[in-house]
Ligand binder design. Structure first.
Ligand code: GLU
Length: 418
């Protein structure tokens, strides 16, 4: 999907970010060329029989960017406008994300260009199963492991796993992560991306000698990532003063009652029936005077047009790609730290890795173990990025995360033989 404000696709943004990071780390030319392009992009037709007997054909994709450190890994997005460029950009971010976290995975991303709200439950299931059939020869627990992303969830992954298992005549839970625990999913996986956003915010506040207790927070997007981050930050003493859904936002400078907001909302739709605060515009949420801003909805929301008006002291990215390259420049000029997506929301793929291990071992971990190990992995990765940040006074936090990732990917390429 193209960003209408900046005109940049996810792939263009990802390549520009890579080019910028290369000013801060030595990578051999041959390897740079390899990292700028995906290994493969599969495009498949996905015919769907409608409930009324009619037929439609949708287009699905799976971009496989790089697997030098392990199988391709990344989500499936069901959303209108999904295209090859979007999947390529997102698959590049998955490669860096897995490397920042030091997980033995590469990067992939895929999806179907469809608005899931226009499908009945049965149509959604049939579409998922047919898409899985079409991509089954490219994916697998040791080739490419899929996961939820926008428009997909644990139930989708259960159908992917079931269909793939039928195709291969073998129960294969490791082909998809983010499944329900009853079919090999991990406890804590659904909450993990939001949890990692909160953990990284906690570490960033500590780094800047700021108190999270009493800090004001605005969260754009009250879906899986935003809501889980908001609840955890609230538990740790922060005041979540604003959250938004697809159709609007609520603001209460005294702090929102998050349970009431959740109960008032219908999934991530308008949180309007909540009467404890003021309704504000979704865009205005981004420019509130807060200590912490978490853009956790969609890509390309912080742009050259609004970056000067952003009044938050720290930004922690919950969504993939919420900040355009031009907005990054503005934040750098203004000394506003932007803690990047490839670190901050990496809790999702990290618990996906835990799930994959549990599937291989056929043994599940307790929620407590998952959360403890996630905290350890996140603080270790944070420490690695801090080291890279402090080693290079010209590097942004995004550059520093890329430096960590590119170092590991380059070493793997050199070691395997280019
Ligand atoms: N879709 C999530 C992401 O963008 C999770 C990917 C995964 O768990 O493989 O990080």
């Amino acid at each position: 999907m193209t960003d209408h404000a900046s005109g940049a696709s996810a792939a263009e943004t990802a390549r520009t970010q890579l080019d910028r990071a290369l000013d801060h780390v030595d990578v051999r030319d041959g390897i740079i060329g390899e990292l700028r392009e995906p290994h493969e992009v599969h495009r498949v037709s996905v015919p769907l029989e409608r409930d009324d007997g009619g037929r439609d054909v949708f287009v699905g994709y799976r971009a496989q960017h790089n697997n030098v450190r392990g199988p391709y890994k990344g989500g499936l997005r069901f959303q209108s406008g999904v295209d090859a460029e979007e999947c390529i950009g997102l698959s590049m971010w998955m490669t860096w994300k897995c490397a920042v976290m030091d997980l033995p995975f590469g990067g992939g991303k895929g999806g179907v260009a469809v608005d899931p709200n226009e499908l009945s439950d049965d149509e959604y299931e049939r579409l998922t199963r047919r898409f899985t059939e079409e991509i089954s020869e490219f994916v697998g627990p040791r080739r490419d492991v899929v996961a939820p992303d926008m428009g997909t969830d644990a139930q989708t992954m259960s159908w992917v796993m079931d269909e793939y298992s039928k195709e291969t005549s073998e129960t294969t839970p490791g082909v998809a992560t983010g499944k329900p625990p009853v079919v090999g999913g991990s406890y804590g996986r659904a909450e993990a991306p939001g949890r990692s956003v909160a953990i990284v915010a906690r570490e960033a506040f500590d780094y800047y000698d700021r108190d999270l207790d009493g800090a004001t927070v605005a969260v754009q997007g009250f879906g899986s990532v935003g809501a889980n981050a908001a609840f955890l930050l609230d538990e740790w003493g922060a005041d979540v003063v604003a959250v938004s859904g697809a159709n609007g936002a609520v603001y209460d400078e005294g702090g929102l009652d998050l349970d009431a907001v959740r109960d008032a909302g219908d999934d991530d739709a308008l949180v309007a029936p909540y009467d404890g605060g003021d309704d504000i515009d979704n865009g205005d949420l981004l420019t509130l005077d807060v200590d912490l801003l978490v853009p956790a909805a969609v890509g390309n929301v912080l742009t050259a047009e609004n970056a000067d008006d952003v009044d938050a002291d720290v930004i922690v990215e919950g969504a993939n790609g919420p900040t355009t390259v031009d907005a990054d420049d503005v934040f750098a000029d203004r000394d506003v730290p932007v803690i990047p997506d490839i670190l901050a929301n990496a809790g999702g793929v990290t618990v996906s890795y835990f799930e994959w291990l549990q599937d291989i071992n056929r043994r599940s971990w307790s929620r407590e173990r998952v959360n403890d190990e996630l905290d350890d992995e996140m603080t270790d990765a944070w420490g690695d990025v801090v080291d890279a940040y402090e080693d290079d006074e010209d590097a942004s936090w995004r550059d520093a995360a890329y430096v960590v990732a590119l170092g590991r990917i380059t070493d793997a390429h050199e070691s395997r033989g280019f």
